[in-house]
Design a protein around this ligand. Sequence first.
Ligand SMILES: Cc1cc2nc3c(=O)[nH]c(=O)nc-3n(C[C@H](O)[C@H](O)[C@H](O)COP(=O)(O)O)c2cc1C
Length: 357
Amino acid sequence: MPPAFHTPLCDMLGVRYPIIQTGMGWVATPELVAAVCNAGAFGFLAAATLVPEEVEQHIERVKALTDRPFGVNYLMDAPGAEVIAQAIIRNGVKAAGYNRSPNAEQIRAFKQAGVLCVPTCGAVRHAAKAEQLGADIIVVQGGEGGGHTGSVPTSLLVSGAVDAVSVPVVAAGGFSDGRGLVAALAYGAVGIAMGTRFLMTRESPVPKTTTQRYLDAQVTDVLVTQQVDGLPQRVVRNELVDQLETSGRLALLVRALRSGLAYRKASGASVRELLTSALSLRRNERLTRSQMLMAANAPMLARKAMVEGDPVAGYLPSGSVAGVIGDLPSCAELIERIAAEAEATLKSLTLGSEPAS
Ligand SMILES: Cc1cc2nc3c(=O)[nH]c(=O)nc-3n(C[C@H](O)[C@H](O)[C@H](O)COP(=O)(O)O)c2cc1C
């Protein structure tokens, strides 16, 4: 790639392309991460939906599939977070990704061990706070982004964050191609991070029935709902979301309790650990009691769609960008294509030649 694309991110993460595949629960498996890393970008393994004690095995699986550097994304305030942090350090993982409720102690341990701290933030003030807490690179995700998301559009958030912090900023939320990469660099970012685009690749583990919903979605079908877990989440509209949007409080409470029980079984966490984590979530994120109760809905309902292949009863976290994606390339094809498009776009800007389509 032209030197313009060899940004500080490439040197910090040890990759060829300034492209990150973000952590996505149930989706960013060792196979997807390794495919991304082998293609010259940087992948984050999703640990938030794994049993903490099993994260180490998944890290080892990534290592068996690639000798390139990779990261692990997890929730610093969930039950077993310290177990995951220790597995990251013990295995010499290059970077730790996290977002809500950053934990100063875990960040300190990463810094001592030389693990890069890469939080994702949805607002400029959160990026400034993340820098104070020790972030080495900050991913800022605009409102177009998939899953839990803020309300600031990517176009406004990226330059605001670049101006507000002194560490490198990576742009996320709505990226899928080389034109986006050039735009992000023009805003002052050092690269792009993509979730939905990598979910829609051949190496993604998402079952066909669910993937088809992403392929069929138009931009206007991807909306923000607070009814999954009480926090704004961008999702592909489906039967479940329509139902949740019109459910009464009692039905929502029953669903939340069912998810809580399923989460307890799946995570192996004790009731005490779950309560401690829920209370810390409530305190740090200033959640209402009902938001706190609904917290387990997200992983459990996502599992239905992402693992069990049921896009009717499960929910489909997604960036708006799903509405403009219509193919399932391999990760290598995708990354090469983005690199070629970015190069052509840059050429067209500097030489006035035909823009990349
Ligand atoms: C299916 C899906 C699952 C996600 N799960 C997580 C997660 O477990 N942890 C996390 O920090 N972010 C999660 N996210 C957010 C992504 O990591 C990323 O920030 C976002 O997808 C970027 O926007 P884009 O989809 O427009 O590329 C998820 C997003 C999607 C689409």
